[in-house]
Write a protein that binds this ligand. Structure first.
Ligand SMILES: [Zn+2]
Length: 81
C-alpha cells in the first residue's frame, strides 16, 4: 500500500506554541487559541512565508517561525503559569 504524500490533508504537527502538544494540521502554525494570541502583523508574515506549504523549507520561513516562538514565549511569561 502506498503511503500518502507528506502534504496530505491529514498530515499533522505539534502546535508551535512553546510547551503546547496539541496536534494541528500541517497547514496551520498552531492551535487556534494560541494562533489567535500572536500579533496580526506577525501572523500575516508567517502566512506569507508559509505560502501554502511551499515556503516551509525556506530560510525566510524558518526565521519568522523562530521569531514567532520568541513572541509566544514572551506572551506566555506575561500571562504567568
Ligand atoms: Zn497550542
Amino acid at each position: 500500500m502506498a503511503s500518502p504524500p507528506f502534504n496530505a490533508v491529514s498530515a499533522q504537527h505539534n502546535c508551535n506554541w512553546p510547551g503546547c502538544t496539541k496536534r494541528v494540521s500541517i497547514k496551520l502554525w498552531g492551535c487556534m487559541p494560541h494562533w489567535s494570541q500572536l500579533p496580526q502583523e506577525l501572523r500575516d508574515r508567517i502566512y506569507r512565508c508559509w505560502n501554502g506549504g511551499k515556503g516551509q523549507n525556506t530560510d525566510r520561513y524558518r526565521a519568522v517561525l523562530h521569531e514567532s516562538q520568541h513572541v509566544a514565549r514572551a506572551l506566555q511569561e506575561k500571562a504567568g503559569p
